[in-house]
Write a protein that binds this ligand. Structure first.
Ligand SMILES: Cc1ncc(COP(=O)(O)O)c(C=O)c1O
Length: 396
């Protein structure tokens, strides 16, 4: 492991009279420290890094940046931040993450505004979700303030890699926490590593929303058991989804929808995004409520905006048969915000047994409510609409 610099927070902490303005009261003390750090190292400008491609041609893939941030948990406590330029990590071959999947991660984005400031979308929510993933897998919880402080520091250090305002891109942040200590018998590790890697990503679909995609119902596999780990963002959930996911794609369906494992009668979620159905006539936003669905921060935000738009939000059991009542269906998550879904097919033994649910008049065009919700959340993220709910965390 090649570590290039360690932050000197203990020295900075002695300056306590300074109070930085922050929308997050609970992180004000830490922001104070960071703000003092900011005085010694001015904040750079988004969109000024030299990339191997144009900002507008980025995809959603790994790309090197200046640094990643690391914190190690040893002897019962979390250590100090360390910034590294090395994309590799040196891990013991007996690490519990490798054998027993003691690992979880998060995904969030930082956006450049027109005035050059940079804002992360709802990091508080990712901090909370990371904590619940840690609790469920017996990993030490990273304190909330430390998570926010780490987000601030890693974005500040890589600010040149935040795509410029107007490019449609964002800096994608991938926090990762895993058991790095060795255990051969099944038990939690005694050492853990927290990393945040960052990379610039483009608008997932060039120019905004995609045209609707065709979905398939996954009937031969389950994503998560009712009392399993589907409601937390642990690595194993994604390993379990690799095979069904690749099979769906091979069959010509870019997105797969899971049902509940116990009864196969309720809709749960897509592989990496929540399900939302719109009943335009009754002005309803319907989304499954289940203990085995990952609570999506995008969905939570869209629900608020939907209410604002006069829709009734229903988070409840959603029967498979209800698919025929929806005029628009979308898959929502951080990477894409929303993916419009034009149809969902339930393959049968024969063509006669196959059922295809279609949404809206045309499966080619994005529905008006999907578009409106997408436009509004994007406008908030890019600072074009007032952030009435305090969702943006300003890098300082
Ligand atoms: C299984 C699953 N559901 C839903 C989501 C969407 O969550 P969010 O909106 O917080 O990105 C994700 C992505 O994190 C996911 O992996």
């Amino acid at each position: 492991m090649r570590l290039t610099s360690a932050l000197l927070f203990s020295a900075i902490a002695s300056v306590s009279a300074f109070t930085a303005p922050t929308p997050h009261a609970q992180v004000s003390r830490l922001n104070t420290q960071l703000h003092v750090a900011a005085e010694t190292k001015p904040l750079g400008k988004p969109g000024t890094a030299k990339l191997d491609t144009d900002w507008k041609d980025l995809g959603f893939e790994f790309r090197p940046t200046k640094s990643n941030l690391r914190i190690t948990y040893k002897n019962g406590e979390w250590g100090e931040f360390e910034m590294s330029e090395d994309p590799y990590i040196n891990v013991h071959m007996g690490a519990t993450a490798l054998h027993y999947g003691q690992a979880c991660f998060e995904g969030l984005k930082a956006f450049a505004h027109e005035d050059g400031s940079v804002h992360v979308f709802r990091p508080d929510e990712n901090a909370k979700r990371l904590q619940s993933s840690c609790e469920r897998t017996l990993m030490p919880v990273l304190p909330h303030d430390k998570f926010i402080e780490a987000i601030n520091e890693v974005v500040r250090d890589n600010i040149e890699y935040v795509p410029p305002y107007g490019s449609g891109g964002a800096l994608y942040l991938r926090p990762l926490l895993f058991g790095s200590g060795a255990r051969i018998g099944l038990q939690p590790a005694d050492e853990y590593t927290f990393i945040i890697m960052v990379m610039p990503v483009a608008d997932y679909y060039k120019g905004g929303l995609s045209s609707p995609v065709d979905g398939i119902l996954i009937t031969d596999f389950d994503r998560a058991a009712p009392r399993g780990v589907g409601n937390v963002k642990v690595a194993g959930n994604y390993a379990a989804d690799m095979l069904p996911n690749m099979r769906s794609k091979k069959a010509g369906f870019p997105i797969g929808l899971y049902l509940d494992a116990a009864t196969q009668s309720n809709i749960e979620e897509f592989s990496t995004s929540n399900f939302v159905g719109i009943d335009s006539e009754n002005k309803k936003y319907v989304t499954p409520k289940s203990s085995s669905v990952l609570p999506s921060i995008t969905n939570k935000s869209l629900m608020k905006i939907a209410e604002d738009e006069g829709l009734t939000v229903e988070a409840r059991d959603v029967l498979l048969e209800e698919l025929e009542t929806f005029d628009e269906v979308m898959a929502c998550g951080t990477a894409v915000v929303v993916t419009p879904v034009g149809s969902i097919t339930k393959l049968g033994e024969t063509d006669e047994d196959t059922v295809k649910y279609t949404f809206g008049e045309s499966q080619e065009e994005v529905g008006p409510i999907t578009r409106r919700l997408y436009d509004r959340v994007r406008a908030i993220q890019y600072g074009e609409e007032e952030d009435k709910n305090g969702w943006l965390y300003k890098i300082n």
